[in-house]
Design a protein around this ligand. Structure first.
Ligand code: NAD
Length: 330
């Protein structure tokens, strides 16, 4: 059994803690969170012990940590864990600032670091299937990509203020999907973004809606559509236009029951949000972390992927501000 600790007992920390607890090769020993009520509640439901960071990093029975705390802690906690010889499963994004994230290269980017960055969509079975089919070449060469990623409703404004902005908080997933599916890094970006969903988001200096165009060195194009509000559930679709046809991963509905009548047809709603839509992906991430802890797999997503996604996010932000096409500097 691999002893681990979960740092951060919020929305995603609770998911990872439950998956760790259910995993046959992982023992969840500690939970860390400065909010006592959050830490205590998670410890009670999982059977773990509330601990401090020093306890976690100083305990030789802890093989790894899950960094599920607020984004501004990711880099520091991950570097401390690597220094202490622990494997790390860190939530996205790597950091709020690209230059700061780059300064961790000698630690998190070193060959010895077991650092796994949780871009969970790569572990979704539908998107994995899409990736496999694109790269099998059966549909010919991938030419353009459409990624639709719309949340059901905006997050609380307090979250928006510390999130680093929509590009680094939300679109970062789509930037990673674009790199992974295209199999190459985009070289330039143009983004048009606005705040039409909630004026408070605009007042906080952020955007809630965007259309982003990425172009790769081989001349291929990816269009990303983002909104913080759909009104119809969690819209997560990808279309890959290839030289011989189209590959498409559609939405996952909350039910397969459909009604067909004289007036038309109807089906169940889309799954509501990420906790439902990506439940299987989060479990698959924990399976992968167990392999990393056991030394039978290298992290499938690492520091370099986190830097690349942040570089695209900062260039997309610059494009939004300048209304110009921006070269992406990795
Ligand atoms: N991959 C995904 O699908 C996904 C989904 C949601 C959130 N996230 C990421 O996970 C992180 C957490 O998001 P969330 O939605 O769970 O937020 P949240 O606000 O619900 O939870 C964050 C928790 O971290 C705790 N925390 C803050 N400082 C800490 C510290 N010094 N030590 C330990 N704990 C600390 C907070 O008290 C809070 O309980 C963010 O970086 C977010 O981008 C990823």
């Amino acid at each position: 059994m691999h002893g681990i600790a979960v740092l951060g007992a919020g929305r995603i920390g609770r998911i990872h803690a439950a998956n760790a607890m259910a995993h046959p090769l992982i023992s969840l020993k500690y939970v860390v969170d400065p909010i006592d009520a959050a830490a205590n509640e998670l410890a009670t439901t999982t059977g773990a012990t509330v601990a401090t960071l020093d306890q976690v990093f100083g305990d030789p029975t802890i093989g790894g940590v899950v960094v599920a705390s607020s984004t501004d802690t990711h880099l520091e906690f991950s570097m401390r864990a690597v220094d202490a010889g622990k494997a790390v499963f860190c939530e996205k994004p790597l950091d709020l600032d690209l230059a700061t994230a780059r300064s961790a290269a000698s630690s998190l980017g070193s060959g010895n670091a077991r650092f796994f960055l949780g871009f969970n969509r790569r572990f979704d079975s539908n998107f994995r299937g899409l990736h496999q089919q694109i790269h099998s070449g059966e549909m010919g060469a991938l030419e353009t990509l459409h990624i639709v990623s719309h949340d059901p409703a905006p997050p609380p404004i307090d979250y928006v203020k510390v999130s680093g902005g929509m590009f680094k908080d939300m679109t970062i997933h789509d930037f990673d999907m674009a790199r992974w599916l295209l199999g190459e890094d985009p070289v330039e970006v143009y983004s048009a973004a606005t705040s039409v969903v909630d004026p408070a988001i605009g007042e906080a200096g952020d955007v809630d809606t965007a259309k982003i165009i990425l172009r790769t060195g081989r001349g291929r194009i990816c269009v990303i559509s983002n909104s913080r509000r759909s009104g119809y559930g969690y819209d997560q679709r990808i279309e890959a236009f290839c030289s011989k046809g189209l590959l498409r991963a559609g939405n996952v509905l909350s039910s397969t029951v459909e009604a067909w009548g004289e007036s038309g047809s109807s089906s169940g709603p889309l799954q509501n949000f990420f906790l439902d839509r990506y439940a299987g992906a989060y479990r698959a991430e924990m399976d992968h972390f167990a392999e990393v802890l056991g030394g039978i797999s290298q992290p499938k997503i690492g520091y370099g992927d986190g830097i690349a996604a942040l570089a695209i996010a900062e260039a997309a932000m610059e494009s939004h501000r300048s209304s110009a096409v921006v070269e992406i500097r990795y």
